[in-house]
Design a protein. Structure first.
Lengths: 505, 505, 505, 505
């Protein structure tokens, strides 16, 4: 037997996927493996650690604890870093109070027990949650940027790929996923709808970032402390925050900012799931429009032919999970779980789109096959014959019904067919005399698309302009994100310098 | 212009649907129109009325109010019935207390004001809710019986209609709707899975009915009354209930029995939505498996070709609506809204199934086209050549992959193809020598189905037995339902007799 | 009998509330009556009407329909306005297409049937939904401004009212409503926490407003039209929108902007419900801290003493209803229902706060009674005796436990008690020697509050600064809101002028 | 420093809780520690193992795999048991296919690869889920029995403890938690309301158990297998199931039975949370009615006085968590998480109730203090003076209002006060002449309770009968549960005997 490690890349079905044989030709994509793991509940030790250091620096600078004790504490934290912050904190126990536990172990109750003055378990929770959530948001913005670039590139590649539109209505597990052919578009135009929405999502992420950049440090359990000299501006600056909660009770209302995460997760997840639920349906054999790479698929222990689009399903499921998780008393866990899933999902998008096989001839065939051109035929009747929209619409509707009953396809419709329908129509009752050529041009899916040059229309010339506009926005947003990242790095540097000063390096 | 009433049968698109022309040939089904209306919030006046009468009879019989006053009150209620109960109660106002309002208007404060002794607004709420919910359940059982009969008939008709199975996993807006071909089955077998589940739903409805048949009458606001002689058994019997809440505070816990409705709505709606969400997908042009009748479809004001399967969508949406409505503080309204939708949905099922066009040749073609026979080929390799399942499974998986890459279809696979795959497989590495005939028979979708005669399998001979069994269950359940209905009619008759006695008729 | 109209002001319990007698002394507040009615499902006829006129003006100006037909249509709409827009549209039927129905009735199929060119039912839905939702948001901002003013005034009035804090944790139906005494604050400080959060909610409403100010008009069913000359900028301007959807398929994704409403409703409702759920609990006899006016209360048909704080309950329930309603396939209805409830709720806030009776001596008594001063005693031990926080904290915890066991109240604690606890503590083991005066001053609730002058603290001097800051923000936001309102009025004026020009007035 | 293990019993606040000092006197209860851990996601290895053995036995008995191979496989599983089933399966990997992975490692592809014939990953999922869920239900019934016994004992102890009733309406995070005094009851009577509901929950658990006792084994991926001789009755019997799914596609519909769990979790969690949310409120200092033991409480790192009723909160939160978890695509995880929480919650109930301190004098004082006797005074007026209920009710409501305005307490009301109110009332307008003694007896909370001897009333004599009845039901249900447990043990024994026969022991 070969070593089983070789097969392990497919998880529980390892024995069904020996290299070189079997249904699938690639190992699971690493980012997909990461996504399947999901959030693992663990205390935010690094955030506690930063806050422990910042709080000690401020207490020492303000003379609230003796300078020598402050230096001893900060030196102990440096040693903890040498050991490994997470490892050391897990070892001593105490979770959010692991910093104090470590200090008491090393420095005794009288020095180590000084750290908690002027703050509460509440501070540890709110500060670490703000740090964690701002990082979620910042990472989401970075990953979203890559996903937007991938989507823009995908749109550019498919700006002329004729694509059927299915009646949108309300989508994704909501209502109205009726899968009936509306008018033809292009795959590039379709992709741009999601990209435009993701641009609005970037704005929402920025607004959310600002909300998590308000410092709760020093609010204790809701009224702050009576210790004189306490400096909330200093802790704000060293933690990299931009502003202060100006009311300590406000700062302690955890659910408010948990919901601030959910508010943005709600819409962002919905857009992503909407796109990938579509792709999931389009990847069925019956639709046959797209095909994800093996690295994003699973298979079966019994059916040798199975290639399940499991990564698409992961993305399609994001939004119902987000919605459900905001409702429980355990919604803080649900928030962490959701951010993890969203960011893992965003991380997969460039790879999935970059390797997606698209069957453009199948798409163009479907786009023309199911009378999706009927509305433009009505439009032609209005333009050429001066009829009102309603009359033209009803004559064409009659034409479609009669044709479907007789098995006449859109590509076979002639002047005579239309005349017959016009004659059947009570308020018209005579031939229309629209030539077969005009009829066929009206209903040609490619021509329908190219005629739509209005703002917001699918004509390639128009969509290319929008892609260029979107690419400029990506560049602008990248600058914004980089600045935010730099500000956090600056604050981290300032903190270490302040520590150096106190411990006398 | 014709009179617009003629077109109104299509609701807001009336002008797009003049009779005899346009896309659709039928008016909306009346039960579909009813379903679209949904629940209209209105007090349960008839339930209040019955309780008002029952309470008065008991008070009078027990001597708690003077016999002459009791007779006056009951006579007034008879007059109210002549006027029309709902109309009279709306006229006097007072909602749940409309009975007392009417009596005070007619008989003055001293006689009319007697009715409320020993009961509370809480009694009015709980008694009327029990009456309303038991009626929802009883009606659901009646409508479910018709739906089950329709489904059994549909299954019988399609017991030999070969049908593709799509990977189930978790379904309906949940997760795992991956639309990949699993093994072939028949449409009749598919329908029977839902019918079997609906049989279990009937059991749940029966259990729910028992819960709503416990009488809360006389529990007042949670401790009952201190008025001597109060007879809760008498009100129980006249209201048609089967048992008593043996603790008045228990009887007042409204949410308990609101949730009892949701518990059964949760699973019943899920089964219905699962079936009709499938049919919605199958009705797309790309799947092309089923086609609902025009009377269950909508169209478009702009796209003349549109035939939207709106009734299927209504049924597919039931379950997410039920789930969401159980969560709010307004969940009592949500419960009424949900029962109304469920019963309206059940009412449509016989019509939809009875008029559904099924494309059985398309279905058989799809069932054979996408390597759904691969697992039975592996099975044949095990049987004929004695290989282990895993080895056979991996050789066939290799065969499928290579064939897909080369464009070889299942129907074109020969002994040589399989030998090549077996030779590629490291632990086998030689020809298998399975004849082309055995290969093709193994993968023939019809033969796959007919071979599966095990209990629970799709072979027609087996499914016909199950249909017969299910039909017998429908008959048995009909007897149960009829008995429940008769018991309620008997109680209503007893009440009128008791009133006759008091007012001296 | 008096005329029952006199009692009707209490709804279903009219006969229990004759003027001048009974439990309650006031009729229900009119805004509370309005809130109880809730959303009544009705098509947005006025929004359809504006769009019908705007669309016709653009078609006529661009020569897409003959000028004479355009003039006839616009004249007909003026006549409709004389009749009453809603009445006329209800009369002719057709819901979203009621404009076309009316025109066809008056002008026949050939003129009336022209209006729908270049748009779809989708346009009618998206445009009317954008108009409706921007109005919800604008009204919410206006009502929120009044609520914020009321809250600022309330805070000012109670800036010195000592108030107990109850452990916040996560609140409102979530988790952690544990009702244990934390440190004392003031009622004004408490109110300001909510006001600060509402300031952030104003920012979210502004962001939401921008999202609803993007014009979907002309996106038809997702690809726009092929009619030449179509001018989306013109319709945008006349509808008062600020920008265009630059992709018509994007514009048709209804759920996206339904969720944009829910995202802001989610957090806004949560803040309101959090405040009023607290007040509901505080209004119980056991807490006895606040008492809402009779006009915001209900009573009972059986218990003469009942005064139920039903308006507080309405506000406390907002958030669970919002959360549940976003989950269903019927979430568009849920969105309308939720905005109606939120705005009705906001409308009640000034009245409720303005009439709320506050028992400040009860509050100060509770604030001091349950050892809420213990943390400041630990703080005093640190300051006066140089102990570490942890040692001081544990000595005081021991003091509290022993005192509770012996029935010693906080106001009775002396130097000797504290010495005993310090002696019991293993790492200290001797007397502390902190004077009874210092002990009592440390735990005095009023002094605790006045000592907390840090930013974010409850000291009156600090809170008064925050109130002034908040009042300035209200003024600034009022200017913003007024400008938005004016811009909409300007667009409405422009539309009428354009119509005048076409019909030749 | 002492060894920190000594303090660890308080989790993250270990340093705040040194033995013998600090606020709390007891370590956390072990069942509370277990509850805080919650569900840890792990594959159901033991269920896979049983199914692996059962499947192999059936295949061997039926001659589907060679007897020698079957014996080798079963011997290997015996060796796996010697190593430890979970450890061995974790070591080889493969999750649900860990059995096959182990066999292939030991016996090679040709023998080990035989096990999976005639079943699928789907079988492994459905069978293991049925086994897991039936165990959840059975354990729930066992724990519920203990909780019911504890509740019956608690009720018996408090059958004469006068207790205030707070207006129920809809409760627990729903709506209507208005905390206004209704009529007095006893704590025993209150407890019995929950016990009666839990008896109905036992019926629901029994119905759920039956649903999980249907065997899906052999349904493969929805159509069963074409391998001849496959015996689903044999696997059913050896797995301890009671019936067969008679349609293999039905058996594969996972969500159906996931929802069957949620349906029962929905109502069961609601009852438990309703009770403990009440107790949480009652444990506040302001209510002061109950006090949980230290072992069920937490404390604070900053506030030395804190005693947080965290176990009550855990139980109060159960129901919102259940509701939210049923909505996601990850609802299978949510189901496991919810059963774990519910059973952990049930396990705490006897301990919490058994150690709960009850302040019965405070309760009796509250029960009489807030005019809760007013309805019985109205009742006395009816009985003694023959007035109608409505007139009596309004006179007493007037009395209450006037008394509250003047600061007259219920215990101070005299004949004169009532006469004044009666005189004020327009339809009466004269003295009533009801003696002060009758007035005071009517409103005495203890007498109110003892007068209510009707069925469902709180009089001790009545409640004692109900307790006896409930205790008999507990005994009956215990027999039922024991029988279920025995049947499972019998099946496990049969399986080992069958294995012995095959491997020749």
């Amino acid at each position: 037997m070969e070593k089983k490690e070789e097969y392990k890349y497919r998880g529980h079905l390892w024995f069904a996927m020996r290299p070189g044989v079997g249904r699938l030709t690639e190992p699971m994509a690493p980012e997909f493996q990461r996504a399947e793991k999901g959030w693992e509940k663990t205390p935010p030790y690094l955030a506690y650690h930063i806050f422990d250091k910042v709080h000690t620096v401020m207490l020492t600078e303000q003379g609230i604890i003796p300078r020598s004790d402050g230096a001893a504490i900060l030196r102990a934290f440096r040693e903890m870093e040498a050991e490994g912050v997470v490892a050391a904190r897990v070892r001593v126990g105490g979770v959010d109070h692991s910093g104090e536990a470590y200090l008491i172990e090393r420095l005794g109750w009288e020095v180590g027990g000084r750290i908690h003055i002027g703050r509460s378990t509440g501070d540890l929770a709110t500060v670490s949650q703000h740090i964690t959530q701002r990082e979620y948001v910042l990472e989401a913005m970075e990953l979203l940027t890559s996903a937007r670039m991938a989507l823009a590139g995908f749109a550019e590649k498919h700006v002329e790929t004729i694509w059927p539109m299915y009646s949108p209505g309300l989508t994704v597990y909501g209502s109205g996923y009726i899968l009936q052919h509306a008018q033809p578009m292009t795959l590039g135009f379709y992709a741009m709808a999601f990209l435009n929405q993701l641009e609005r999502e970037q704005r929402k992420l920025e607004a959310a970032y600002d909300l998590f950049q308000i410092s709760p440090a020093g609010s204790a359990i809701g009224t702050g402390t009576d210790i004189p000299g306490f400096d909330r501006h200093r802790t704000m600056a060293l933690l990299g925050f931009d502003a202060l909660y100006r009311n300590c009770y406000d700062a302690e209302k955890h659910e408010w900012y948990t919901l601030d995460s959910f508010a943005v997760l709600l819409t962002l997840s919905h857009v992503i799931s909407g796109l990938f639920y579509d792709l999931l349906v389009y990847s069925s054999n019956e639709f046959g429009l797209v095909d994800p790479a093996d690295r994003y698929c699973g298979t079966s222990s019994i059916m040798p032919q199975k290639r399940n689009p499991t990564a698409l399903r992961f993305l399609a499921d994001l939004t119902v999970n987000v919605k459900s998780r905001m409702l429980g008393a355990d919604s803080v866990d649900g928030m962490h779980r959701s951010w993890t899933d969203i960011n893992n999902g965003l991380r997969m998008i460039p790879g999935i789109l970059g390797t997606l096989k698209v069957d453009s001839s199948r798409a163009e065939e479907l786009a023309g096959a199911h009378w999706a051109g009927a509305s433009d035929l009505a439009s032609a009747v209005v333009r050429e014959k001066g009829l009102s929209w309603r009359t033209a619409h009803q004559i064409v509707a009659t034409l479609v019904r009669v044709s479907v009953e007789r098995g006449v396809k859109p590509s076979q419709v002639t002047e005579e067919h239309l005349d017959e329908a016009a004659t059947m129509y009570p308020d018209y009752g005579r031939n229309l005399g629209l030539s077969t050529q005009i009829i066929q041009e009206a209903m040609d899916p490619r021509k329908m698309v190219y005629r739509r040059t209005l703002i917001g229309g699918p004509a390639p010339v128009r969509v290319l302009e929008e892609i260029a506009l979107s690419q400029r926005k990506i560049e602008e947003d990248s600058v914004y994100i980089t600045e935010k990242r730099r500000k956090l790095e600056k604050a981290a540097g300032d903190l270490e310098e302040a520590i150096d000063r106190i411990i006398g390096i």
